[in-house]
Write a protein that binds this ligand. Structure first.
Ligand code: PGA
Length: 255
């Protein structure tokens, strides 16, 4: 048994108009009024952060950005700094999502810089890692994940200290947006392995406190089995977070 509080996070990616974002957050707010056992987080596109923040109001919904640069300001056209995200009301930031890694060539080194910058600014990083289908089929899953985990948290590993609020997200690339979910057993096996890696690189107390979310085709009908596993502490949801009709039942953990 652990006292890790479940978290359901919605990654809206590059979707929704301002109006769409506003109506989605309103519907989520209404749909979860009576629930207080799960942390709920939404990650809208940058341009919708302020609007969504306003509508979140004094509810407990957490606001998250989908990416950031590690520098605090400067000549980085098209980028956004941790301080800007804080100012916009974000408490969390997703780092190293597989789409950032594969489409925008983000490396573990860059994610490490970002994770440090986030923590310095008081933002909580949600660090994503995950293997591709080829890597899984070649039997390299654990090796790849270990490299990504220690590389993306390199500076923390060097200091043997990781803030306990840090969140990890295991997102097998082959399960993202494909409708193909890792089975609860496959996900649990990886989550348990990641917790062992955290113990090795930090300490058992840290490993027990860090929340590890699963991501990849999470839906209302599979969340219950996933969350029933001891090392799965919640979900990072893409497609199904774009509608309250699917996101709210996920927040209710399929119950
Ligand atoms: P999906 O995306 O739920 O649409 O598979 C998950 C993610 O990319 O975080």
């Amino acid at each position: 048994m652990t006292d890790r509080r479940p978290m359901i996070a919605g990654n809206w990616k590059m979707n929704l108009s301002l109006l769409g974002a506003a109506s989605l957050v309103k519907a989520i707010r209404e749909g979860i009024q009576d629930q207080d056992s799960v942390d709920v987080l939404v990650a809208p596109p940058f341009t919708a952060l302020s609007v969504v923040k306003g509508l979140i109001g004094d509810t407990k919904i957490l606001l998250c950005a989908q990416n950031m640069h590690w520098e605090s300001s400067g000549a980085y056209t098209g980028e956004i700094s941790p301080a800007m995200l804080s100012e916009a009301g974000c408490s969390h930031v997703i780092l190293g999502h597989s789409e950032r890694r594969s489409l925008f060539k983000e490396t573990d080194e860059m994610i490490d810089l970002k994770a440090n910058a986030a923590v310095e600014l008081g933002l909580i990083p949600i660090v994503c890692i995950g293997e591709t289908l080829e890597e899984r089929e070649a039997g390299e899953t654990f090796e790849v994940l270990k490299t990504q985990l220690t590389g993306s948290l390199h500076n923390f590993v060097n200091n043997s200290m990781l803030p306990h609020s840090t969140i990890l997200a295991y997102e097998p690339v082959w399960a993202i947006g494909t409708g193909r979910t890792a089975s609860p057993e496959q996900a649990q096996e990886v989550h348990q392995f990641l917790r062992e890696c955290l113990t090795e690189n930090f300490d058992a107390g840290t490993a027990q406190r860090i929340r590890i979310l699963y991501g990849g085709s999470v839906k209302p009908d599979n969340i219950k089995d996933l969350i029933s596993k001891p090392d799965i502490d919640g979900a990072l949801v893409g497609g199904a977070s774009l509608s309250a009709d699917s996101f709210v039942p996920i927040i209710r953990l399929g119950g």
